[in-house]
Design a protein around this ligand. Structure first.
Ligand code: HEC
Ligand code: HEC
Length: 281
């Protein structure tokens, strides 16, 4: 714990130097620069007091939930926006696998603008916690950078999986050259599991809100919590509606099919598909 507080204090004061700690400069105990990338990452993690390695599959599952429920306020990678940076948060750094974060997120700090997420299940909150741990890892642990480029899956099996599971919605051949659009295999994986919403809003979450006075507002949802929903209508006008009794909110998310897919995606299928897509440079 002491060590984690140290990381957090250091990261808070000097964000760049922490990110700049070079894995090979860290006394690893296992031989300088030696070992597999996994060992190097684990050594760096231990030295920085980052706690156990994030569960990558859970973090990937948690990404959409985080983007939906948290990103408006904490930024898409947890590095802060209207709400604080979570990469240097004691609440995040003091947690291993959601055991502290999950109960915290259920109560929040409503009086300080951090909502309570009572309507999210334990599993979903745990996955969101892993997503945050992965963001910390990416900022703090240079040792993992090498890991990200390692393809652990089997491309042939991935090809079969895509043929069986993706072509119901995607045209065959639509993934040609997909790997060329991403900087690393890790980003490719996140990109196909949870496609980015383009800036042109073509994949935006939209909704219809029926207020209790009978008026209906349609538009792009920019923020939603248990208490209120914010929509931008086709004229670009923003509406904030309190979610009291009699207010009905219908949400349409063009990426919902992907979310459904993530729930049944096994770890090895994910790696196999990434290996296959990576081969389509
Ligand atoms: C409406 C904006 C908003 C949303 C949405 C939101 N937060 Fe927050 N969050 C805040 C604010 C503001 C604080 C700072 C509260 C304070 O000052 O104690 C905060 C604090 C936190 C903290 C504690 C930081 C610390 O070290 O004190 C964590 C962890 C956190 N949020 C995680 C999340 C997660 C995960 C989600 C999504 C499930 C989320 N938040 C959604 C606004 C938000
Ligand atoms: C139930 C339908 C459905 C299934 C199954 C599905 N997708 Fe998608 N996918 C979508 C929709 C809808 C979009 C968003 C619209 C778009 O960009 O085409 C999307 C977007 C994407 C994107 C981002 C767009 C792009 O071309 O960069 C990728 C990559 C992707 N899917 C990969 C996959 C892979 C790989 C599988 C199988 C493992 C899969 N999808 C299975 C419906 C589906």
């Amino acid at each position: 714990m002491l060590c984690r507080l140290f990381v957090s204090a250091l990261a808070g004061a000097l964000m760049i130097p922490v990110a700049a700690v070079r894995a090979q400069d860290v006394p690893t105990g296992g031989g300088r620069g030696g070992g597999t990338p996994e060992q190097r990452a684990a050594n760096t993690r231990a030295f920085l007091g980052l706690g156990p390695a994030p569960d990558k599959a859970a973090a990937t599952r948690g990404a959409p939930g985080y983007q939906k429920a948290c990103a408006f306020c904490h930024g898409p990678q947890g590095r802060g926006a209207e709400g604080p940076n979570l990469i240097v948060s004691d609440v995040v750094l003091g947690d291993d696998h959601g055991e502290h974060l999950t109960p915290f997120l259920k109560v929040g700090r409503p009086e300080k603008g951090m909502p309570a997420f009572k309507n999210l299940g334990d599993d979903e909150l745990k996955d969101i916690s892993e997503f945050l741990h992965e963001q910390v890892e990416e900022v703090a642990n240079r040792g993992t950078y090498q890991l990200q480029n390692i393809i652990v899956g089997d491309a042939e099996k991935g090809k079969a999986y895509v043929a069986a599971n993706c072509t119901s919605c995607h045209k065959e051949g639509s993934f040609e050259h997909i790997a060329g659009r991403f900087r690393s295999a890790d980003q490719l994986q996140r990109g196909w599991v949870w496609p980015n919403r383009p800036a042109d809003n073509s994949l935006a979450i939209t909704g219809t809100v029926k207020a209790n006075d009978g008026t209906t507002i349609k538009g792009r949802i920019t923020q939603i919590s248990d208490f209120r929903v914010t929509l931008v209508d086709s004229d670009g006008k923003s509406h904030v509606v309190s979610r009291g009794a009699g207010v009905d909110v219908q949400i349409t998310d063009p990426l919902a099919p992907h979310q459904a897919m993530i729930k049944t995606l096994k770890n090895f299928d994910m790696h196999n598909v990434t290996a296959y897509l990576e081969s389509l440079k």
